[in-house]
Design a protein. Structure first.
Length: 183
């Protein structure tokens, strides 16, 4: 079941088109998710892909799938550092940032929208989403777009096509490991 979710929600990350993906896992086996993530990390970490449990409650597990090198590069940009510092993120290491993100998810009343940076969304769109409280976007796709609408539409089309191809290949017998491009 988790393998199907990885293909459905994370194809673009597995293919290296997108820094990261996020999905809620609500399968019957949710209680086994920690063991499953450990097994998947053993297989996918050598290819540069990591899975983290960001939050879990009785209803669901929030799974974060990311390419460590791309995420490190994204979060190391000066504008990202400034932005995340405003929210109290420790910018010493990737693991420190992810630990703080987990805390923010667990402790905040509303979802921490700066997570967009952790998903590879453009900082301009993340900042405008927060500033506009999700309103007044130019286009709504995988994220709400406030800048570079045409570029975002092209990327959304690539991501949709990737998911379509990966789903077809997966249904044809390819495994997630076979579909994961090495970094």
């Amino acid at each position: 079941m988790l393998e199907r979710y990885l293909v459905e929600y994370c194809a673009s990350t597995l293919a290296g088109l997108k820094t990261a993906s996020l999905f809620s896992y609500t399968g019957k086996e949710k209680e086994l998710v920690r063991n499953d993530l450990s097994d998947w990390n053993r297989m996918l970490n050598p290819r540069g892909v990591y899975l983290e449990l960001l939050h879990s409650n009785s209803a669901r597990a929030l799974i974060y799938v990311y390419r460590a090198s791309a995420l490190t590069a994204d979060l190391s940009r000066p504008e990202a550092i400034r932005f995340l510092n405003e929210y109290g993120y420790p910018m010493g290491s990737l693991s420190d940032c992810l630990h703080y993100l987990r805390q923010r998810i667990a402790l905040t009343q509303s979802f921490p929208h700066e997570i967009g940076l952790f998903l590879g969304y453009p900082i301009e769109d993340v900042a405008e989403f927060i500033r506009n409280q999700g309103r007044n976007c130019k286009y709504c796709g995988i994220w709400k777009v406030y800048h570079n609408e045409n570029e975002a539409k092209r990327l959304f089309a690539k991501i949709d096509k990737c998911r379509e191809i990966y789903t077809k290949l997966f249904c044809g017998g390819r495994s997630v490991l076979q579909l994961t491009i090495a970094a």
